[in-house]
Design a protein around this ligand. Structure first.
Ligand SMILES: [Zn+2]
Length: 271
């Protein structure tokens, strides 16, 4: 599933090809994604200039003068830039053509992604307005997390994966960040001290930054002709490493299930 770093990498990959270009055509081959692609999208967006290509949480949006096209990659979506000569494949559901004859193409085999329109401020959109802060923004601090965690009895792992608390900390990044911060993923969120939240916030930011930096090496793939852009295998410390020796203490990494998701941790290093 594309996580925040992949979405940010996608945004950086497509942005230089779209910014300040005019939308000349929109071709929708499959309307039924997670929500239907609005039928009037071509009428609303064609002829408009793309002023900016932005991201909020895992939504990418193309900012036009009269509104925004909101794109989510769902479980299996990917975006790439291609020329009009490349015929669309079976799972290529929408093409947005811009001046210069470049096409932004969404491929989504499982169709859990979406392409929507809003003429509101993006932050007022119903999918976005109740989301927590961006993890890489300055507003995401230990004080903020500590305040939100007060009296919460859920596990600290599910707490940081809650998008109303903070967006973009997916399952892999939660395990990795908790390991770096030395916090047991089963610990109750309300029992984590401010000092330990300081470590956790730093770990979340560094884990996501490293992943985005790694994604930077794949940016050219967004225009490659084989249509497999930009996802990358990150070097992981605990995730997926059950039974392997912990890189710090050599005890075997443990795997448990929390809220139907796998968690990996070292019971010796994480308290
Ligand atoms: Zn360890």
């Amino acid at each position: 599933m594309p996580e925040l770093p992949e979405v940010e990498t996608s945004r950086r990959g497509i942005e230089p090809h779209l910014r300040n270009r005019t939308i000349t055509d929109i071709s929708i081959r499959q309307h039924r994604l997670r929500w239907p692609i609005p039928k009037d999208l071509p009428a609303l967006a064609m002829g408009q200039k793309i002023r900016d290509v932005c991201r909020r949480a895992k939504y990418i949006y193309l900012k036009l003068d009269n509104g925004s096209i909101i794109i989510h990659l769902g479980m299996s979506g990917s975006l790439r830039i291609c020329s009009a000569k490349i015929p669309p494949g079976k799972h290529d559901h929408i093409d947005i053509t811009v001046s210069g004859n470049r096409i932004l193409r969404l491929r989504d085999p499982r169709k859990f992604g979406c392409v929507l329109w809003t003429d509101q401020d993006i932050n007022e959109h119903k999918l976005i307005r109740s989301l927590g802060p961006e993890p890489l923004d300055d507003g995401f601090t230990a004080d903020y997390l500590h305040g939100k965690a007060k009296k919460r009895s859920c596990s600290v792992k599910s707490f940081i994966m809650n998008s109303h608390i903070v967006v973009g900390v997916g399952n892999i990044y939660a395990s990795e960040s908790l390991f770096k911060a030395g916090i047991n993923p089963k610990r109750k969120a309300g029992s984590v001290s401010l000092a330990r939240f300081e470590k956790l916030v730093a770990a979340i930011k560094s884990t996501l930054h490293e992943s985005i930096e790694q994604g930077g090496t794949t940016l050219r793939d967004f225009t490659s002709e084989d249509g497999k852009p930009g996802y990358f295998a990150q070097k992981l410390l605990v995730y997926g490493l059950a039974g392997e020796p912990c890189s710090v203490c050599s005890e075997p990494v443990k795997q448990i299930t929390q809220q139907a998701r796998s968690t990996f941790y070292c019971s010796n290093c994480q308290k």
